[in-house]
Design a protein around this ligand. Structure first.
Ligand code: SF4
Length: 313
């Protein structure tokens, strides 16, 4: 908008110069073309202003002209405009236990609600939920624990130390009894508290002295010492990391399970794109798709007679 305002100002100045020089905006003159272009730009600017006002009013950060509820979402290396489909799939039979269509761009925060709904559908009090790195959010993992869900979500490697090839936080182990981290050199890093006020105290684990003379320092930090931060509720993530370490195969099982319905729906059922527009309609469309998938899957598992018998029971 600033650039456009600047451009308009320069055009006004240029118009004034032309008027002084005797070129007018009369019919067929150079000025008439320019007047049309200016009118088009002004119209565009007004439309953009109205759209910005709409974003301010709704608190949204995107507007889609094709479907007002659809959102631009990352798909592998591309961006597509659409919806975020959440599925909870039973690993044994590959049946859909819960499905939801959302316009939320990221998966973060969707694990606990989707899995809790699946628990209700299945009528169970405990469940193990496996999800990919996109669902890694401590608040969501905590909500899962509280609801009796055992979550398995691998930690994304996003930190700058990973980019620089230095030791990751996972290379440091936390000793809860001592409230200290043990670093790759076997040194104990005690907590240091800092903050501007009592209410705003943060904790950081480090020992400047041992880092100073450490032979591993070039692999650990580019600074004079390495520090590790710890969230107040980070024990939740420690417990999940310990669970994942005992069941490394569980992530492969997740891929096999959840990709089965997605692959079947897209390839066999030819549902690569939604036919409907607007969130409510798309939700209706996908719930029918999921139902059709489940019926088809049940027929594969127990046959038509078995399905009819199960429905009668
Ligand atoms: S630099 Fe410090 S934290 Fe890193 S391995 Fe050495 S002693 Fe441990």
């Amino acid at each position: 908008m600033r650039k456009l305002a600047d451009y308009m100002k320069r055009l006004d100045e240029s118009d004034a110069d032309e008027d002084k020089a005797g070129y007018g905006a009369g019919p067929g003159g150079r000025g008439s073309d320019l007047a049309e272009k200016i009118a088009a730009i002004k119209g565009k600017r007004n439309r953009h202003k109205a759209l910005l006002g709409e974003l301010d009013r709704t608190g949204e950060d995107q507007i889609s002209f094709t479907d007002p509820d659809a959102r631009a979402m990352a798909r592998m290396t591309k961006v597509g405009v659409g919806y975020n489909v959440q599925l909870a799939v039973d690993t044994k039979h590959k049946l859909i236990a819960e499905q939801e269509v959302s316009k939320q761009v990221l998966d973060m925060g969707l694990l606990a609600p989707t899995t809790a709904a699946a628990m209700e559908t299945l009528g169970v009090e405990r469940i193990a939920a496996v999800a990919d790195r996109g669902y890694f959010k401590i608040e969501d993992i905590e909500a899962c624990e509280k609801a009796g869900l055992t979550a398995y979500v691998p930690k994304p490697i996003r930190s700058p130390v990973a980019r620089d090839g230095l030791f990751l936080k996972e290379d440091f182990s936390y000793d809860a009894d001592k409230n200290a981290y043990v670093c790759p050199a076997g040194q104990e890093l005690p907590p240091r508290y800092y903050g501007k006020s009592r209410e705003n105290v943060k904790v950081m684990y480090c020992d400047r002295k041992v880092c100073k003379s450490c032979a591993l320092r070039p692999r650990c930090t580019a600074k004079s010492y390495r520090s590790i931060t710890r969230l107040e509720n980070e024990a939740i993530l420690d417990r999940m990391a310990a669970r994942l370490a005992t069941r490394p195969d569980i992530l492969d099982r997740r891929r096999e399970s959840v990709e089965h319905p997605f692959g079947t729906i897209k390839q066999w059922m030819n549902q690569g794109a939604f036919l409907m527009r607007r969130l409510d309609n798309v939700r209706g469309e996908f719930s029918l798709t999921a139902l059709a998938y489940n019926i088809r899957r049940a027929i594969t598992l127990i046959g038509v007679p078995g399905l009819i018998a199960a429905l009668r029971a």
